[in-house]
Design a protein around this ligand. Sequence first.
Ligand code: NAD
Length: 348
Amino acid sequence: MTNPSDKALVPFVSVDHMMQLIHRIGVGKMLQGLASYIEADFKRWELFDKTPRIASHSAEGVIELMPTSDGEVYGFKYVNGHPKNTRDGLQTVTAFGLLADVGTGYPVLLSEMTMLTAMRTAATSGLVARYLAPKGAQTMAMIGNGAQSEFQSLAMQAICGIRTVRLWDIDAGATEKCARNLAESGLDVVRCTSAEEAMEGAQIITTCTADKACATILTGNMIGPGVHINAIGGDCPGKTELAADILHRSEIFVEYPPQTRIEGDIQQLDPDHPVTELWQVMTGAAPGRRSADQITLFDSVGFAIEDFSALRYVRDQLTGTGLYHELDLLADPDEPRDLYGMLQRARA
Ligand code: NAD
């Protein structure tokens, strides 16, 4: 069916168009752009509607809705997390999302967000590390070399200027894939045979593993003073990566405490254990790293405002690119109350 030109069509960014957009902008430049949008939105944190994401858990994984609004624009993301999926040739994490005009309630953008989530998660990691990692950090240990890992490595390069990434995964094939994909990145890529080896000389340690379990990817004896831990994979009740003693030795930074206390590695701690909210560090209301030998920990779970920022960034980059389809998503009769008449006319 063809659309009359006056219809309220909604731009839709497919996976193919998203990939073209990323290449047109450049991966590193887009990661920097996303980080600056996320930072801008974190600096106006108090404006936003905030709620922990709405999670539907099953034995194999979780499906989540992540809504927020700044009063002018509303956004949400649908995202899943199914660690067993890769065994069946499927992604652990897939997503799509939407922006809408608060004034009319009409959607203004629908987008794939599997690629965009990897980009925004990595951009957030890079942004946070720019505030918290020790000065002059050049080396990152990358523990877990799955779908997110190249994005995480490239964001630390583009946003924090790291030069070396040291890879470790229990699956050597994943490490090989990650090393291959990063071969032309300009990063010095080192394949390691254990988590301990990966952490040698690293000032930033990223954990990005997937297991629906309280795993212990890092134990206390592996962590020396002065490092920044970027913990990505502990993001669901019953799904953690760090031994509790690391949490006790670290200054912990989080996105939104009501969500992170349920989902992050800090679910292992007392509910009133002190944490610092990242938006306060970014506005200067709270200190970030206070000394060279402090251990800083970003207990990342992924918050709705980061997706809102990412969608906002994509919307702003789309103009003039043609990298979208126009979707006939809304029934919008010329006479607003004649919805049934519109249906009748469609039969003719
Ligand atoms: P993935 O399944 O593609 O990769 C996970 C990798 O971890 C696999 O290669 C696996 O072999 C490896 N692994 C598992 N246990 C390990 C261990 N003990 N030591 C070393 N490696 C191990 O998953 P992905 O898409 O890369 O996502 C990774 C994690 O990040 C998931 O848990 C996902 O839920 C989480 N995630 C978090 C955010 C956020 O905002 N915080 C966003 C996206 C994804």
